[in-house]
Design a protein around this ligand. Structure first.
Ligand SMILES: CC(C)(COP(=O)(O)OP(=O)(O)OC[C@H]1O[C@@H](n2cnc3c(N)ncnc32)[C@H](O)[C@@H]1OP(=O)(O)O)[C@@H](O)C(=O)NCCC(=O)NCCS
Length: 152
């Protein structure tokens, strides 16, 4: 069974491994390598901030990825970031379930009613993933396409 648990500082190493994975960096647009100390400060700060949510997705208690929500432009909007990891776990339907569970949490526990995904234009599989999960493109710049899911 796939479940989400709230990330804690003890998950820092797992989160950093994903963040620093070369392929993940290339697919997410965060291209720089992050050092341990910088990561710990960033995560500690993230976990204490209002309307910032970080989950570890687990399949039968083994981590299969992460999903994160953080404020976007408007008070009712949240930006999602989702990664299924390692890559051997991808394309098995886990991403779809993790997305659904994350959004369920947001629905039940916050006033947020729009979820925004910002995806690199060079990452067509992720764009398809969000489109197939009811997100619609609403904006693009040179680098990214922005997709939105309305919860009401
Ligand atoms: C985007 C991402 C989260 C999707 O996760 P995933 O677990 O691969 O997603 P799913 O398996 O639910 O769906 C992906 C595709 O796999 C296919 N798939 C799902 N279950 C399958 C199965 N059992 N057998 C074969 N194919 C399957 C589906 O066709 C699906 O494509 P669709 O969206 O066109 O229906 C993942 O690819 C990832 O972590 N990418 C790197 C980080 C990233 O780019 N994140 C997005 C930006 S925030």
């Amino acid at each position: 069974m796939i479940t989400l648990k709230k990330a804690k500082m003890e998950d820092a190493a797992y989160i950093l491994t994903i963040r620093n994975d070369l392929e993940i960096r290339q697919s997410s647009g965060g291209s720089t390598f992050i050092q341990d100390d910088e990561h710990y400060i960033w995560l500690k700060n993230f976990l204490t901030r209002k309307n910032h949510f970080y989950f570890i997705a687990e399949l039968n208690n083994t981590p299969i990825g992460v999903v994160r929500f953080q404020p976007y432009n408007e008070i009712n909007q949240s930006e999602i970031s989702i990664t299924i990891y390692p890559q051997t776990n991808q394309k098995k339907g886990y991403g779809k379930t993790v997305l659904r569970l994350g959004i369920e949490f947001i629905r039940k526990n916050t006033e947020i009613n729009e979820i925004i995904a910002r995806v690199l234009k060079t990452n067509p599989l992720s764009i398809e993933f969000f489109k197939n999960n009811h997100f619609s493109p609403f904006f693009e710049d040179d680098q990214f396409i922005f997709l939105k899911l309305c919860l009401e």
